[in-house]
Design a protein around this ligand. Structure first.
Ligand code: 3H9
Length: 714
């Protein structure tokens, strides 16, 4: 027997222990090991029942996700293996009990459902999260789960992918007993009670499969919900089809249908992208020059300076993680406004059922509003979130340098400014880092951590770990203007405006990008964020502008008319009282005027060109960032766009998308745009090089992670 699976005996009970840390994934050898264990105990007359349990921290977290890439690339043959192995377990004539702690996810739950009984500790979770990877359960999960839990629950769990806890699983019939105390002893006791009974096989339990008439509205509602929640994504719809097959076909036929649907999803680009995202979210936490075992700085008490939209949101983020926050403002009125906004945000969440009133009260107690630096000398970390101006930020950091204890992390929430210059206002630049939260900070998952040239490895490692604790995805970036996300966002929004100048309608641009999968079109996004922000910056830097380079004209005109977007009721669109965007003939007039002045003859522009122009502008800038060393890996850029900019996860992020299209094709298109539109479209050298070498962005790793290199934030 393989080391991945161990067997032992406790009297009449045979025990099979999965031993594949860290999460007991079903890597090659594990399913075979389990089946061998069942067979060994089947032949052993002294064994009367079997317990299957996970060693270490969990039961089985599912199939080994790394194997899927090998299957689709042809590196590994997809054997009939796993399904047949589960059948062998289910066919055992001796009762088999799965003992669950940690997670029984995906193939883990499928294994447990092939056992005859399931017991679990109270903290255990069970789920079929495959849709989150762009696939569906592929080892009869869609057939066995509705047989245990009924159609409504089965379809919900397979289509949403969200796990449930042990108590709910017991109520739903997915598990048979919650074990208090020692799991193995509880499972052995349960198994003893089943000795001599005929095994209860899940495939034979048809009582909960319902009638066609009763099921029809369940499937219709599930399809509708999946269309809304996972727009354009194949897997949830396929999962619903598979569960429906369970209700209409005999078990074996249903399994075959599930296989077809599973393979369709597995070989689609969507699942490759979503698997890339799964590993990417874990990869970004790995910083090559920061050792894993580095000493962390304990962060138990923090301060936030500035109670505006960002400061208030950041205070909520810490409070939500149970960390007390001193929230400082300079004026009582601003402080009151900030606290009122926090209170309103929490109250809305309570109203929507996301938090309980008790949770809100506890969080509010953790936020201490104040006008002075009282108590700041005790803090482990202070996040500055004042108005975006260098002089003010330097003043704040100069003050903090005098007040904060040695060893406190001093963080700036700047979205554009030079972190090194901010750090230069202190005598301890090694303790300074950028923590760029995205608005609304309490909602958006992204946290760009900006590494200054002196930021210490302890500070970096602590902030990376803290991101996870705060429920964020922390991505370490270099210190260039706009860092990674906003630096790329400039060309993205610029092209959207150029397309309108050249002939596309506002609606056509937004629709093309929305259909591509973006949460919102780029022009509507501008209206949401406020067009005046960029306008003010452009006015400030007007003299520094390169006059030979084409500049977008339309947003400045809209701002001059007081159209700042949703907050003024008008921007690219006009907005009704429910903030619904409406076409505005006033904007048509402005567009016509600008085209006339610029001598542009409008032309028809199709959705494909719109998407290529806007997305490849992102990709080309991303390639520069990567080559200049301001992002560690292309996946870091992908994770930033997925979590901070509404990029569709099923496309894997802009750099992964470009890899999927093929960099030779992307390079050719960018070169075409370069010819047509000039200097702004000069292909990034890295794009040109990788395209020529037949490589991908994901093949490229930045040789040096640059905090200060060429093009740095000046
Ligand atoms: C499936 O089962 C399909 C079936 O229907 C069968 C079809 C035939 N495989 O997340 P963590 C790695 S699809 C390979 O940091 P946590 C992970 O990359 C699968 N590796 O820990 C990381 O590696 P590293 C359905 C995996 O405690 C390390 O383990 N199952 C897998 O925060 C620790 O992971 C799922 O989708 C895997 N299945 O969270 C479950 N899982 O240290 C996916 C983890 O090198 N997994 N790794 O970066 C999870 O949701 C979380 O990992 C879990 C633990 C909640 C289990």
């Amino acid at each position: 027997m393989s080391e991945l699976v161990l067997t032992s005996k406790d009297g009449e009970i045979g025990i099979i222990t999965v031993n594949n840390p860290p999460v007991n994934a079903l890597s090659p050898g594990v399913p075979e090991g389990i089946a061998a264990g069942v067979e060994e105990f089947g032949k052993d007359p002294s064994v009367k029942a079997i317990v299957l349990i996970g060693g270490g921290r969990t039961f089985i977290a599912g199939a080994d996700i790394k194997e899927f890439g090998k299957m689709t690339s042809g590196e590994r043959k997809r054997g009939p293996g796993f399904l047949e192995i589960l059948d062998r377990i289910e066919m055992s004539s001796k009762p088999v009990v799965a003992a669950i702690h940690g997670t029984a996810f995906g193939g883990g739950l499928e294994t447990a459902m092939a056992c005859h009984y399931r017991v679990a500790v109270p903290a255990a979770q069970v789920g079929q999260p495959e849709v989150k990877l762009g696939i569906i359960p592929g080892a009869a999960g869609t057939q066995r789960l509705p047989r245990l839990a009924g159609v409504a629950i089965g379809v919900k769990m397979c289509a949403d992918g969200d796990p449930i806890g042990a108590a709910e699983a017991l109520k739903d019939g997915i598990i048979d007993q919650v074990v208090q105390g020692d799991l193995l002893q509880g499972a052995i006791a349960f198994a003893k009670g089943k000795i001599g009974t005929a095994p209860r096989r899940t495939r034979d339990l048809n009582g909960k499969l319902g009638s066609e008439q009763a099921n029809a509205p369940i499937f219709a509602a599930a399809r509708d919900a999946a269309r809304k929640k996972a727009r354009n994504v194949l897997a949830p719809q396929a999962a619903i089809d598979a569960v429906e097959a369970a209700t209409k076909l005999p078990y074996e036929e249903g399994v075959k249908r599930e296989q077809e649907l599973f393979l369709n999803c597995l070989f689609d680009n969507q699942s490759k992208a979503l698997i890339h995202v799964f590993f990417g979210e874990r990869e970004v936490a790995k910083i090559p020059d920061v050792p894993k075992d580095i000493q962390m700085i304990p962060v138990n008490k923090v301060g936030v300076i500035g109670a505006g939209t960002m400061g208030g949101g950041i205070a909520m983020v810490f409070a939500n993680a149970g960390i007390p926050v001193l929230l400082k403002e300079t004026e009582q009125a601003a402080l009151d406004r900030g606290i009122a906004t926090i209170q309103k945000n929490y109250a809305n969440s309570v109203k929507r059922g996301r938090f309980t009133q008790e949770f809100m009260d506890q969080r509010m107690k953790l936020i201490h509003p104040q006008l002075t630096y009282d108590g700041f000398a005790d803090l482990d970390m202070i996040v500055e979130a004042v108005f975006e101006g260098m002089e003010l930020k330097k003043k704040v950091f100069g003050d903090l340098d005098k007040i904060a204890k040695p060893g406190a992390i001093l963080a700036s929430n700047t979205s554009t400014l030079n972190v090194d210059e901010i750090a230069s206002a202190t005598t301890r630049p090694h303790m300074v880092i950028g923590t760029h939260f995205f608005s609304p900070a309490n909602v958006m998952r992204l946290l760009e951590l900006v590494r200054g040239k002196a930021s210490s490895k302890e500070v970096i490692a602590t902030c990376m770990a803290l991101s996870k604790k705060l429920g964020k995805v922390g991505v370490l970036v270099g210190n260039c203007r706009g860092f990674v996300g906003n630096r790329m966002f400039g060309p993205y929004r610029r092209e959207a405006q150029f397309l309108v100048e050249e002939g596309a309608t506002v609606e056509a641009v937004d629709k093309a990008l929305y259909d591509y999968g973006m949460a919102m079109g780029p022009l509507a996004t501008g209206d949401l964020a406020g067009l005046d922000v960029g306008w003010r910056i452009r006015k400030e830097f007007k003299d520094a502008e390169d006059k030979s380079v084409r500049q977008p004209l339309l947003e400045d005109r809209l701002c001059e008319m007081g159209r700042f977007g949703q907050k003024t009721g008008a921007g690219w669109y006009k907005y009704d009282e429910n903030r619904r965007p409406l076409h505005d003939p006033e904007v048509d007039k402005v567009i016509e005027q600008v085209r006339k002045e610029a001598g542009i003859q409008p032309r028809h522009i199709g959705a494909e060109e719109i998407v290529d122009r806007v997305i490849y502008a992102l990709v080309n800038e991303g390639a520069r960032i990567l080559e200049q060393g301001f992002a560690l890996r292309s996946v870091d850029i992908d994770i930033i766009y997925l979590n901070g900019y509404g990029y569709p996860a099923y496309r894997g992020g802009p750099m992964w998308y470009a890899d999927t299209v093929g960099l030779d094709k992307v390079y050719a298109r960018v070169s075409e745009f370069h010819k047509q539109h000039g200097a702004l479209w000069e292909p990034a050298p890295l794009l040109a090089r990788l395209a020529k070498e037949g490589k991908k962005f994901s093949d490229f790793t930045s040789s040096a992670f640059s905090a200060t290199a060429k093009g740095s934030n000046a």
